[in-house]
Design a protein around this ligand. Structure first.
Ligand SMILES: Nc1nc2c(ncn2[C@@H]2O[C@H](COP(=O)(O)OP(=O)(O)OP(=O)(O)O)[C@@H](O)[C@H]2O)c(=O)[nH]1
Ligand SMILES: [Mg+2]
Length: 332
């Protein structure tokens, strides 16, 4: 299964206590003023790693705790630093602090990493407190606590092209026609809940990756429906293909549907709204298609494509146009 959102608790290790170099119970000097520092606790580090392609491994372990540093010893022996605990995630994972509700880091490329919870510092041994007047100090400090956080990992889909459209517009059907992906298709809204990726082979040396994403409704930018889910994924595509169905079963107006989605995208992210968009009327074997196509052309001043996943009409044109727009869009 494709899992794209996982929450775990992470806890860094405590620092080891500094050594007082006295016997604990009786404060009898053991080795004099030479208690070493404690070792640092291990940190929890998240690394984006090539070859890791899902977050599903993380669902088996809810709690990730790094080891504590060991205490300092007599004879100025420094306690050992604990090893860091490393969590491997796929490139494209965003790390979010759940309690603070902020983005910790976007691990977009392989090798990128973030310290998700810092290990506690080792305490100071009494040797550090030695002075001209106090040759056998009793002072020392305890190791610091490690940070603890609840983290959410979100894997954002990286695709060349994102399919935009109201629920039921025919996005999944299109993907299944032009690629080998087999997304679920049904005649009710919100069939697609997680993104599906397909590789579209246009000809021998031209391919593109297309993402079919959950349908979008009004209020999506505020999180309505599957709004955030949808927008989060579409953010990582370079070109948008916006599907408008000519005769929605819920009786809504196709042109208003187009505008409603544009508004959501603009409310969510200006960058996203400025991305190249190809507009296509889906299900174009239906009688209303021609009229809707004309109205959209009038509204946008753009060339509006049409296709039918049922008859196959317009599919080649749509894919060729998509590839051409993609080719002239820089990979940011
Ligand atoms: N007549 C006709 N029906 C189509 C065409 N393409 C898709 N459909 C139907 O439209 C309905 C919705 O198709 P989906 O591909 O699931 O739509 P979607 O946009 O992925 O919907 P969500 O995942 O709910 O957002 C299904 O009943 C399809 O069979 C087409 O070209 N012509
Ligand atoms: Mg779908």
């Amino acid at each position: 299964m494709f899992i794209d959102r996982v929450t775990v608790d992470v806890e860094a290790g405590r620092g080891g206590d500094g050594c007082m170099s006295f016997r604990r119970e009786k404060y009898v000097p053991r080795g004099g003023p030479d208690g070493g520092d404690g070792g640092n606790g291990g940190s929890v580090i998240v690394i984006a790693e090539e070859g890791v392609d899902s977050l599903s491994e993380l669902t088996h372990r809810k709690h990730w705790r790094a080891k504590s540093g060991t205490p300092g010893q007599g004879k100025k022996c420094h306690g050992a630093n604990a090893d860091d605990l490393v969590i491997h995630v796929p490139p494209g994972t965003v790390v979010i602090d759940e309690k603070g509700d902020f983005f910790l880091k976007d691990l977009a490329a392989p090798g990128e990493q973030v310290v998700a919870a810092r290990g506690g510092k080792g305490g100071k041994g009494n040797t550090r407190f030695k002075s001209a007047t106090n040759q056998a100090p009793r002072e020392f400090t305890r190791g610091g606590d490690g940070e603890a956080r609840r983290l959410t990992f979100e894997l954002k889909v990286l695709a060349d092209v994102g399919l935009l459209g109201k629920p039921n517009a025919g996005k999944s059907t299109l993907l299944s026609r032009v690629s080998r992906a087999r997304p679920e298709i049904a005649d009710y809204p919100f069939t697609t809940k997680i993104p599906n990726l397909g590789i579209v082979q246009i000809d021998i040396d031209r391919t593109l990756v297309m993402a079919d994403i959950p349908g979008l409704i009004e209020g999506a930018a505020e999180g309505a429906g599957l709004g955030h889910e949808f927008l989060r994924h579409v953010e990582r595509t370079r070109v948008l293909v916006h599907l408008v169905e000519p005769t929605p079963v819920d009786g809504t107006d196709p042109v208003e549907n187009y505008q409603a989605i544009r508004q959501e995208v603009e409310a969510y992210d200006v960058d996203l709204a400025n991305r190249p968009e190809i507009i296509a009327v889906s299900k174009c074997e239906l009688p209303d298609a021609t009229e809707v196509q004309a109205k959209l052309a009038e509204l946008t001043g753009k060339d509006i494509l049409r296709f039918s996943a049922v008859t196959g009409e317009g599919l080649n044109d749509l894919m060729n146009r998509t590839y051409a727009v993609l080719a002239e869009t820089p990979n940011s």
